[in-house]
Ligand binder design. Structure first.
Ligand code: GAR
Length: 218
């Protein structure tokens, strides 16, 4: 049986490891999203290069060559329209978008952030988690709203902070969790199994409660 696949674009600004995780997951025949475009605001993004090497359609829309945020977004919108994109997944896309653009993709644009939102929005997440002394951090996939790193939560993973952690060590542990939850979250959204009801997401999925994560261990 062939399933209808949601035409999905991934936007990156850098390394693109989350993009890779999504692309790999989408190779499964029964995955409900098809990656039809990888676009970047940075022509030199390593993620763009990897996508090209995989034969994926790519677009480089250099924000420094656009006079305004609106002009950049108009180019981006044109590119998304040309590829008939239905869903946008931000994967390390480090560019704030205007409320009008975000609104035009309401509940059709998702993002991953390396913290348990609503804690630690913005940059230097792991430094701030360590400075705050939290014992458990993690990552979040959410629908995008106009505020930075804000919006209805689709999926989260909890990751323990360990003694001796540096921002780099913690980032690596959280990134491994990002690579696991982002493909799951995209699957749920693309299949229509994660829906916004007000500003909360209801997930129709066979959810099994996993054990609580304790830090320190009991
Ligand atoms: C990831 O850790 C992602 O969660 C974060 O940027 C990194 C991109 O890595 N995104 C944000 O901080 C968004 N506010 P990647 O390019 O290897 O996926």
């Amino acid at each position: 049986m062939t399933i209808k696949k949601t035409r999905t674009a991934i936007l990156v600004s850098g390394r693109g490891s989350n993009m890779q995780a999504l692309v790999e997951a989408a190779r499964a025949v029964d995955y409900p999203a098809e990656i039809v475009l990888v676009a970047s605001n940075r022509p030199d993004a390593a993620g763009l290069e990897w996508a090209r090497s995989q034969g994926l359609p790519t677009a480089s829309i250099d924000h420094t060559r656009h006079a305004t945020r609106e002009a950049f977004e108009a180019s981006l919108q044109q590119t998304l329209d040309a590829a008939n994109v239905e869903l946008v997944a931000l994967a390390g896309f480090m560019r704030l978008m205007t409320p009008a653009f975000v609104e035009s993709w309401r509940n059709r644009m998702i993002n991953i952030h390396p913290s348990l939102l609503p804690s630690f929005k913005g940059l230097h997440t792991h430094e701030r988690a360590l400075a705050a002394g939290v014992k458990i951090t993690g990552c979040t996939v959410h629908f995008v709203r106009a505020e930075m790193d804000d919006g209805p939560i689709i999926a989260q993973a909890a990751v323990p902070v360990l003694g001796g952690d540096t921002p780099a060590l913690l980032a690596e542990r959280v990134l491994a969790a990002e690579h696991r939850i982002y493909p799951v979250a995209l699957r749920l959204v693309a299949a229509g199994l994660a829906r916004c009801e007000g500003e909360k997401v209801s997930v129709s999925h066979d959810l099994k409660a996993s054990l609580p994560l304790y830090s320190p261990n009991l």
